[in-house]
Design a protein around this ligand. Structure first.
Ligand SMILES: Cc1cc2nc3c(=O)[nH]c(=O)nc-3n(C[C@H](O)[C@H](O)[C@H](O)COP(=O)(O)OP(=O)(O)OC[C@H]3O[C@@H](n4cnc5c(N)ncnc54)[C@H](O)[C@@H]3O)c2cc1C
Ligand code: FES
Length: 327
């Protein structure tokens, strides 16, 4: 969690596509919200009767076209995923007047204005931070190109806004068109100048492809910045129980919830940040893991995974039916 949370209320919402809704969140006390920069996101805290406490991250869009939101508003867009979890809860229950809490803006995907040229690549809902970046680059008169990839035109949030804002600098690629094709990332990167820096947000496979293409062209790692929207449960995940050694409590983890979600929902106060197995902030010591640990993080190395002394509970799971944690 990031410092004190801020009380906000849903001011309004609109449908961007059949699966994506934009929400405008207004500060409940009428004061201004902390300023944000392109690429920033918030932690959104809400509660569901079925799931308990829910924490999810959403990028701040900042406004529409070149018009900024007023300083007491954050605008986010939420894609409903195909299961009854956090995003479904938001779509089903958030309406004008709904109260919730958010963190201050979190800056993990900053736009560097010193770059001479910028290539923005968005896949699907990954447009949210990329649109915020494009708004900023247009306003500053910077040289950039935006490539927006999706299955079909109707699936793409902010497609009209992006086209109007960016004009010829925007290119749309539909992977499920009459001649289905994947974006040729290697070709796209090979045609960039040496001064170009790339910002990519979208499916993990697209992000990996961009990093691989950059590496094979001999680019330095810092020329590609990426943001992944997180890990989710796997279809063959099973429920299990977590015993907390220090308090003696036992808490059930559903097949479709992370350990972090289950413990937080049960009122256990825990640290977390990225929620996708990268930062290590949620790591906790393990006393016993029946059947072993299914490590899914990228924070610990192979030797640490094999040792199994600790695990990142935002993504990793127990292989057996019982896990004992030293918390
Ligand atoms: C920096 C950042 C910015 C984001 N911006 C946006 C945005 O602008 N718009 C948008 O629609 N989405 C965004 N997301 C994704 C968003 O936070 C949610 O993950 C998404 O809405 C799906 O939530 P869900 O609960 O419906 O789906 P789920 O996939 O069910 O939930 C994702 C959650 O699953 C849990 N989980 C992870 N691994 C496991 C596991 N192994 N077993 C069980 N549970 C697991 C985690 O708690 C994770 O938060 C962003 C994510 C990040 C990290
Ligand atoms: S919260 Fe970052 S690794 Fe778990």
């Amino acid at each position: 969690m990031r410092g004190a949370l801020i009380d906000v209320v849903v001011d309004s919402y609109r449908e961007l596509t059949p699966r994506i809704r934009e929400y405008r969140l207004r500060r409940a006390d009428g004061l201004v919200l902390p300023p944000s920069s392109p690429g920033d996101h918030i932690e959104l805290h809400t509660t569901s009767a079925d799931l308990g406490a829910i924490v999810r991250h959403y990028s701040i869009i900042g406004g529409q076209g070149l018009v900024d939101d007023s300083p007491n508003i954050y605008r986010i867009a939420v894609q409903r995923e195909n299961h009854q979890r956090g995003s479904a809860h938001i779509h089903e229950t958030f309406a004008p007047g709904t109260n919730l809490q958010i963190s201050r803006p979190i800056r993990n995907f900053p736009l560097d204005f010193r770059d001479h040229r910028t290539l923005l690549i968005a896949g699907g809902i990954g447009i949210t931070p990329i649109y915020a970046m494009a708004r900023s680059l247009v306003r500053r008169g910077r040289d950039f190109q935006l490539v927006y990839v999706g299955k079909r035109a109707g699936d793409l949030a902010y497609a009209d806004e992006v086209a109007n804002l960016c004009g010829e600098r925007a290119r749309f690629h539909y992977s499920a068109s009459s001649t289905p094709s994947r974006l040729d990332v290697a070709h796209l990167l090979a045609n960039q100048s040496e001064a170009t820096r790339v910002y990519v947000c979208g499916p993990a496979s697209m992000i990996e492809a961009v990093h691989l293409a950059a590496a094979s062209l001999g680019w330095s790692e810092d020329r590609v910045r990426s943001e992944r929207f997180g890990a989710g449960p796997s279809p063959d995940d099973m429920p299990f129980e977590v015993q907390l050694k220090r308090s003696g409590r036992t808490i059930g983890v559903r097949r479709d919830a992370s350990i972090l979600d289950a413990l937080t929902g049960a009122g256990v106060d825990l640290l977390s940040d990225c929620r996708r197995g990268e930062c290590g902030l949620c790591a906790v010591p393990v006393c016993e893991a029946e059947g072993g640990i299914d490590h899914r993080d990228r924070y610990f190395d192979e030797a640490e995974h094999a040792k199994g002394a600790a695990m990142c509970i935002c993504v990793s799971r127990a292989r057996g039916s019982r896990l004992v944690l030293d918390i």
